[in-house]
Write a protein that binds this ligand. Structure first.
Ligand SMILES: Cc1ncc(COP(=O)(O)O)c(C=O)c1O
Length: 466
């Protein structure tokens, strides 16, 4: 007998990050410093310790117990928190749209609340093809379908693919809801250029002639932009939104304040028309009331204190880690270029993603772990979390990954002979057939080929190349 509702998805969550992180921990117990753990998407320092900013937590610890224990002032969030979030999120821009801020449990709450506010069951959301996996789950949990735009065309953002997806959704359901994770995209570290933002707004405005368009801009990593002072300038393009375009900027204190566990974030609703914003706000507030009721009071109070009274100390502490991210990522990117390791275009932020043939991702990921290198698989690649990787372990890593990938590239020769062996195609066909029919003679030939290739691997691995 099934107790859960009929359309619930009872397939267990496969938390790939957690599972790999556990393996990395076990390996560390046996092999200590040999292990390269690039799985965790949180800031770690050069000694491998989780970072929790003193400029955030010293004050949090001193907050009165009654403030910590009390309910928030409103389901929308404490008014001073909402005001401070708006100022923080839009600082340095000259955004002039109508707006409302609704507190949420992290960026996750804001994003998922936006999915359900704008789409009915069975409708489709537009997601990046390379993305944080929770978007898919948020959609499927709410019986929302997902379609994808290709993130990249060569080394730049694929505006054509976004345009196609937006137009297709508009034709299909009379509205389009699009997720952009920018700046500092997880998992590639890409950030759209100002020109790409201008062109994106043109696409949204054009599509909005046929129906409402909603842009969900997930800014979870914005506070690690390499140029913090200009990180919000792109929001000025929102001032050109037509009346039929709305944005929800999903803000998170998790990364910004290194307070992942305090579950504090916000949805910032933006549009030309105050009434449209108010309408969305009502729906958001009801979602909040129905699901989490209110956000931890002390987390909101602490954010306000950090970004106002302790702003300078906080910015200085955060900047140290931005500088560290810059160092780690520039080492990895420079070495990747030197050794020819293909990576997606990286600009800034916590992650770099190595481009990998999707058919080989799992095998390469496994091969890396055999060499004590722990990463996370993503659609189209392997994510390296430079946020948690000390400099000494970043050095040489690109070359090691490149070497392991090139071995895996040659390995399928064992099963699928490659033309580089210069064997006639007719022979190859026989080999493949023979494996199916299991003819002993061809099994012998394949074993011989395997031995020859394994020998060549050994030579490649142990003889330094010039
Ligand atoms: C791309 C992206 N968006 C949003 C979030 C939301 O995090 P939180 O709910 O902790 O704010 C994460 C967390 O890993 C993320 O990677």
């Amino acid at each position: 007998m099934a107790f859960i509702r009929k359309d619930a998805n009872s397939v267990p969550i496969v938390d790939t990050v957690f599972a790999v992180a556990v393996r990395a921990q076990q390996d560390k117990q046996q092999n200590g410093d040999l292990v390269v753990d690039a799985t965790i998407g949180s800031l770690f320092d050069e000694e491998g310790r989780f970072v929790a900013f003193d400029s955030v937590f010293d004050h949090y610890d001193a907050i009165d117990h009654r403030t910590k224990g009390a309910y928030a002032a409103s389901f929308l969030g404490n008014p001073d928190y909402c005001r401070d979030v708006y100022q923080w999120v839009t600082q340095g821009s000259s955004l002039s749209l109508a707006h409302s801020v609704i507190a949420s449990p992290g960026g996750s709450g804001a994003i998922s609340m936006a999915f359900t506010a704008f789409l009915d069951k069975g409708e489709t959301i537009i997601l990046p093809d390379i993305a944080w996996s929770s978007y898919e789950l948020m959609a499927s949990q709410n019986n929302i379908r997902a379609t994808h735009y290709a993130m990249f065309e060569d080394d730049h953002f694929n505006l054509n693919s976004v345009k196609d997806a937006v137009e297709t959704c508009m034709d299909l359901q009379g509205r389009a809801v699009l997720v952009i994770n920018d700046p500092c995209h997880n998992p590639t570290g890409y950030s759209l250029t100002p020109a790409e933002w201008e062109a994106l707004v043109d696409i949204l405005n054009e599509a909005s002639k046929k129906g409402p368009v909603i842009l969900i801009d997930d800014i979870a990593y914005i506070d690690y932009s390499y140029d913090p002072s200009s990180s919000r300038e792109y929001m000025n393009t929102f001032n050109r939104f037509s009346d039929n375009v709305m944005a929800v900027v999903a803000f998170s204190c998790s990364k910004a304040l290194t307070s992942y566990g305090l579950r504090c974030g916000a949805a910032v609703i933006l549009a030309q028309d105050q009434n449209a914003v108010r309408e969305a706000e009502i729906v958001f507030e009801k979602t909040a009331r129905a699901i989490w009721s209110n956000i931890p009071n002390a987390a909101m109070a602490n954010f306000s204190w950090v970004v106002t009274e302790n702003r300078e100390a906080y910015l200085a502490e955060k900047q140290k880690y931005i500088d560290l991210l810059k160092q780690r990522s520039s080492i990895f990117m420079r070495e990747a270029e030197e050794c020819g390791l293909p990576v997606y275009p990286y600009r800034e932020g916590f992650f770099i993603t190595v481009k990998v043939d999707p058919a080989k991702t799992e095998a390469i990921h496994e091969a890396l772990m055999k060499e004590h290198i722990y990463t996370v698989t993503m659609p189209g690649g392997i994510r390296v979390a430079v946020c948690s990787l000390p400099i000494r372990k970043t050095r040489g890593l690109a070359g090691r990954i490149r070497e392991i990938i090139s071995i895996r590239k040659r390995e399928p020769l064992c099963l699928q002979p490659q033309p580089t062996l210069n064997l006639p195609e007719s022979f190859m066909k026989q080999c493949r057939k023979s494996r199916n029919r299991r003819l002993p003679i061809f099994r012998c030939i394949i074993s011989a080929l395997r031995a020859r290739i394994c020998f060549s691997f050994t030579v490649t691995c142990f003889c330094p190349t010039p």
